[in-house]
Design a protein around this ligand. Structure first.
Ligand code: ADP
Length: 628
């Protein structure tokens, strides 16, 4: 007996379907784009398979996509003679969502009720449920005997049946999707409407698309609605902006406008065509841990793979588009791609070209480049850490927040503006600009007008740890080591300070003793002007922000290293405490205040007090004492 099964959708699919069916998402028409795109991918996959198994194409060699509208039955049928699916493919593809980041996407779209996110996500096959009450998928995998029927009404279940009636498909392979159109989807039962949608979204599809109304005469000769030419093979001046956008939306599964379009043919030792885009918005899975790229590799116009990590380094994973090589063999396998010298050359050239394009944009269109940087800057910075060869070039195109102005600056601009006596590039890391900009460690720099880069992306802690210099200037953390501010610009009160330093000695000894489990050292500092104390680390210590990130990800076994407490000799509280040291009876108070000062500087560093209960008790005691 033929097999029949009832299966449940993966939870994420059910959630996505609920979102879509209940949404008033106005652009329901995208279901045509999504189903045509899947049909075209299925034809591409078959064409690739047929490069080694010619038989698969022979009985039905002309790949095509057919759309049929039956107004009487309220049905739209989309048929392709591509690769088709077997039972396992149906279970894996039309019951689950393989795209990483889906769960996060659904959560965001549900919380924000921002349904435009659905468009950005690329709703895929399931978008058919925006206009259909029922879907039937009749499919047969190329080279296999069995035909399968998948059915669902978009609730929690779907069924899969095996069928002996092979006539249900006109070909010995491929997929037919039948949509039972709802009342709300009625407008799509018009041939002209479907043709209009195809022209809008799918003109670039390289497989011919035919649209037929069941009322049309059977023998009427149909013309393909699309131009069915691989877009990247056309001359640039024959391609409109709309066509580029439409292609980008399809190939990149991105639904914004491209920020940058790069279309060229490389001719020389190796030949290939590139049509690449940089999105103008962040793809939802940009920070997925897999860091995969989505570039599509073609060989002589035949799609080979969209899973080729060798084609571009992870720090350029936001690129979308197509590389079509003339030199690779058509039957190249995944394994062969891994150490292929042609792929390596293409990769190097792509990296060079992309960085070159970015450099030009930075020089010629700063405000637009800043938009790019806010989307992809943190990703590019991964390259500073990972690509030793390109590190300096990447640093040149990087933009930075800084303490002197609200404008983003390049390192070259930083160097150009620094005073004659300043030799180093200063930075401070932290989790957000607002937290960092008020950090007491910055005070001495601010008061002297010395600019400090504010690095608030997680990746900053990594690349700065591995990048000691840029153009012969040291890149230095201001929260590490002893400050050398006075060598750059001396404070007027310097001599007096020196004298007062001695008077601070008893206080320092006392604090060192009381805080000996909490800090490595206590010393005076010239980096403070308004705050009494701040915490810094040793020159050789790990960046505190990096230490925090590694600990959060359980990648660091040892406890956080002890910091150094620096005190401001000019601050009136410190002066008062120094005086109080002379009076033995005040020692207890000084110790309590010392602990309070230490704990509040932990808070300013974005940490919790080391002992919150004790901290709050001492705070209350101190306030009470000051009132009595
Ligand atoms: P995506 O296309 O983003 O992978 P979809 O939900 O649109 O997501 O489709 C899921 C999967 O179902 C596809 O990746 C493909 O493997 C399979 N599929 C969908 N439509 C077809 C088709 N017409 N022919 C063959 N396989 C298909």
């Amino acid at each position: 007996m033929a097999k029949s099964e009832k299966l449940e959708f993966q939870t994420e699919v059910s959630q996505l379907l609920k979102l879509m069916i209940n949404s008033v998402y106005s652009e329901k028409e995208v279901f045509v784009r999504e189903l045509v795109s899947n049909a075209s991918d299925a034809c591409d996959k078959l064409r690739y398979l047929a490069t080694t198994k010619e038989k698969l194409l022979q009985s039905d060699p002309d790949l095509k996509i057919q759309i049929e509208i039956d107004k009487k039955e309220n049905q739209i049928t989309i048929t392709d003679n591509g690769i088709g699916m077997n039972r396992d493919d149906l279970v894996n593809n039309l019951g689950t969502i393989a795209r990483s980041g889906t769960a996060q996407f659904i959560k965001e779209a549900t919380e924000t009720k921002d349904l435009s996110l659905i468009g950005q996500f690329g709703v895929g096959f399931y978008s058919a449920f925006m206009v259909a009450s029922d879907l039937t998928v009749i499919t047969r995998k190329a080279g296999e005997k069995k035909l399968w029927i998948w059915k669902s009404d978009g609730e929690s279940n779907f069924t899969i049946d095996e069928s002996d009636d092979l006539e249900q498909l006109n070909s010995n392979r491929g997929t037919k999707i039948i949509l039972s159109i709802t009342k709300e989807g009625k407008e799509y039962l018009e041939k002209t409407r479907i043709e209009e949608i195809i022209r809008k979204y799918s003109d670039h599809i390289s497989i011919p698309i035919f649209v037929r109304d069941t009322k049309d005469k059977e023998d009427e000769k149909l013309e393909a609605i699309n131009s069915a030419l691989a877009l990247w093979t056309r001359p640039k001046n024959k391609i409109t902006k709309e066509q580029y956008k439409e292609f980008y939306n399809h190939v990149g599964q991105m639904f914004d406008d491209p920020w940058l379009t790069s279309h060229y043919k490389a001719e020389g030792q190796i030949e290939y065509t590139v049509l690449n885009f940089i999105p103008s918005t962040k793809p939802f899975d940009l920070y997925d841990p897999a860091r995969e790229n989505r570039l599509k590799l073609y060989v002589k116009k035949v799609f080979i793979t969209d899973n080729c990590p060798e084609l571009i380094p992870p720090y350029l994973r936001f690129l979308r588009g197509v590389i079509d090589s003339e030199d690779l063999p058509l039957n190249i396998s995944r394994e062969m791609l891994q150490n292929n010298p042609v792929v390596k050359k293409i990769r190097n050239a792509l990296v060079r070209r992309t960085i070159g394009d970015l450099k030009k944009k930075l020089a010629n269109d700063r405000s637009s480049y800043e938009e790019f940087w806010s989307n992809f800057g943190p990703v590019i910075k991964e390259g500073i850490y990972e690509d030793t060869e390109k590190k300096d070039t990447l640093l040149e195109i990087a933009l930075f927040k800084n303490s002197n102005s609200s404008k983003l600056i390049t390192l070259d601009e930083y160097i150009e503006a620094m005073g004659k006596k300043q030799n180093d590039i200063y930075f401070i890391t932290g989790d957000s600009y607002n937290n960092v900009i008020n950090n007491p460690s910055l005070e001495g720099y601010k008061s002297r007008g010395i600019n400090v880069l504010i690095l608030d992306d997680a990746v900053d802690s990594f690349w700065t740890s591995a990048t000691p210099n840029f153009k012969e200037k040291n890149i230095k953390s201001i929260t590490k080591g002893v400050d050398d501010l006075d060598s750059i610009s001396k404070k007027k009160t310097d001599d007096k300070n020196k004298k007062e330093d001695k008077s601070l000695e008893p206080l320092i000894v006392l604090l060192k003793d009381k805080l000996k489990d909490k800090v490595k050292d206590v010393r005076t500092s010239s980096r403070l002007t308004e705050s009494p104390v701040c915490l810094v680390v040793d020159e050789s210590a790990m960046d505190p922000q990096l230490e925090k990130i590694l600990q959060q990800h359980n990648q660091l076994q040892q406890a956080a290293s002890l910091k150094i407490l620096e005190i401001n000799p000019d601050h009136k509280l410190i002066k008062k405490l120094a005086k109080m040291c002379k009076d033995k009876a005040s020692i207890g108070d000084i110790e309590n205040i010392g602990i309070l000062l230490y704990e509040q500087s932990m808070i300013l560093d974005g940490e919790k007090p080391s002992d919150p209960v004790n901290f709050s008790k001492k705070l209350i005691d101190t306030i009470s004492a000051s009132l009595s």
